[in-house]
Design a protein around this ligand. Structure first.
Ligand code: GRF
Length: 197
């Protein structure tokens, strides 16, 4: 599989750890970023994993950028694409190329609080529970079928930073858990639901 990221890459590391210790029966063959300076690229290099930068800046359109990303994924012969803090929306062509083979992790209990600035929104809304969601990616924003969710309480004195840190711990468990299920059991998508078994 390939991991696509734009930033620090802690979810990538959690996946890499789960692959390396045999929990997830897969291999990360490529870590790709649209951001040349992404910390996650350094982390991948330290783990001996191939990396590639495909900058979106300078490309005439989203489609043009995505064609380059797709070419890199095809060259690496990946079966699965894991988005881990990849800060780009994927277009329909991309999603259809890897139908039901692209995963994303989002730091809220979807369908609540899609998009950006999630923890601020959660606190502002007064939600008592938050969490994270691993889902299959479709052409919408944080909208595909849900694979795994893990929850945390929102505390009265939470700031976006403290909440983000607690949710992130759960993210690092949820992403490997989702892959263990998807790679380890039969499943199918029925409407919005993933049905296992
Ligand atoms: C995570 O909170 C993830 O849910 C969101 O972006 C953040 C990425 O963090 N999509 P990291 O780069 O994996 O540390």
């Amino acid at each position: 599989m390939a991991v696509l990221l734009s930033g620090r890459g802690s979810n990538y590391l959690a996946l890499q750890d789960a692959v390396d210790d045999g929990r997830v029966p897969a291999e990360v063959v490529l870590v790709l970023s649209n951001q040349p300076g992404a910390q996650g690229l350094e982390r991948a290099k330290e783990r001996g994993v191939a990396t590639k930068v495909v900058p979106h800046r300078g490309e005439p359109s989203r489609a043009a950028h995505e064609r380059k990303v797709l070419a890199a994924l095809e060259e690496a012969k990946v079966d699965w694409v894991c988005l881990a803090g990849y800060m780009r929306l994927l277009g329909r062509d991309f999603v259809e190329h890897y139908t039901e083979r692209i995963l994303n992790i989002h730091p809220s209990l979807l369908p609540s609080f899609p998009g950006l600035h999630v923890h601020e929104q959660v606190i502002e809304h007064g939600a008592r529970v938050s969490g994270c969601t691993v889902h299959l990616v479709d052409a919408g924003l944080d909208s595909g079928p849900i694979v795994v969710q893990r929850s945390v309480s929102v505390l009265d004195d939470d700031t976006p930073e403290t909440l983000a840190a607690r949710v992130l711990e759960q993210e690092h468990l949820a992403y490997p858990e989702a892959l263990v299920r998807l790679l380890g059991e039969p499943w199918r998508v029925e409407g919005r639901r993933i049905v296992f078994g």
